[in-house]
Design a binder for this molecule. Structure first.
Ligand code: DGL
Length: 252
């Protein structure tokens, strides 16, 4: 029995990290759909099909809760996954509500993929929680590419991030929502490009929700517990690795 997580690629590791902090003795299995990354520009039908394939694979591997560690996949497919799979599904969406509560200038920006920002779920989220605040949206595909390439700190990475973020800060946006799970690893560069801005990441809230859902589903800690299996759709080699993940292990 484990908790499964998937993303288009490496971004969901930021969510796995939060889940691991909340549930350190639970086994996790993480699937990066690297062969189909990025999801952001894909047609919705394709994101749905990929999400279903990933979630089914995780259930086949023993996942008894599936976390959609991807805003784009949640936007396109969370209802489909809930109706098609026999396990509880935890989704995620950009933190518009906490951003609206945090802003002092009345201007917030959501950094995400075009798929997330053009979806009906996002429109409903802003309608419900926007509360008269100006909610700007910025699709940041090059930030996804940086993270997939493991380029988190180079001068080029800093320039790419500043290209998206600095104009927002200059316009009085004081709160930035990380609406894509690829962006937390770039948090330092984002903060440097918008000094003093509040940065909202929903990873911790998703981890808390995962803990609640796992408890209700009877998915308890494992003995000895705390293993993480990491797989990707390009290789589909499952490596059982206690306490570490391949790649930039400082994320976890
Ligand atoms: N990490 C994903 C998200 O949270 C999507 C990145 C992509 O594949 O475009 O939306």
């Amino acid at each position: 029995m484990s908790i499964g997580l998937f993303d288009s690629g490496l971004g969901g590791i930021s969510v796995a990290r939060a889940v691991r902090a909340a549930l350190p003795r639970h086994d996790l299995i993480y699937l990066a759909d690297t062969a189909h990354c990025p999801y952001g520009p894909l047609p919705t039908a394709q994101v749905r099909a990929r999400s279903l394939a990933c979630a089914r694979w995780l259930v086949g591997q023993g996942a008894r809760v599936v976390v959609v560690a991807c805003n784009t996949a949640t936007s396109a497919a969370v209802e489909l996954l809930r109706s098609a799979l026999p396990v509880p599904i935890v989704g995620m969406e950009p933190g518009v509500k906490p951003a609206v509560a945090a802003t002092r200038t009345g201007r917030v920006a959501v950094l995400a993929t075009s798929g997330t920002l053009t979806g009906d779920r996002f429109a409903r989220l802003v309608e419900r929680f926007g509360d008269g605040v100006e909610v700007r949206t910025v699709a940041c595909p090059e930030m996804v590419s940086l993270v997939e390439a493991g380029d988190l700190a180079s001068p080029r990475a800093a320039a790419v991030v500043a290209g998206y973020v600095a104009p927002l800060a200059a316009d009085g946006v004081d709160t930035l929502v990380l609406g894509c799970t690829h962006f937390p690893p770039l948090r330092g560069l984002i903060a440097a490009a918008a000094p003093g801005a509040t940065i909202i990441d929903t990873g911790l809230a998703v981890a808390a929700q995962t803990a609640r859902v796992a408890a209700v589903a009877g998915v308890g800690p494992n003995t000895p517990g705390g293993r993480i299996a990491f797989s990707n759709s390009r290789l589909l080699v499952g490596l059982i690795m206690p306490h570490i993940l391949p790649g930039p292990s400082s994320w976890l």
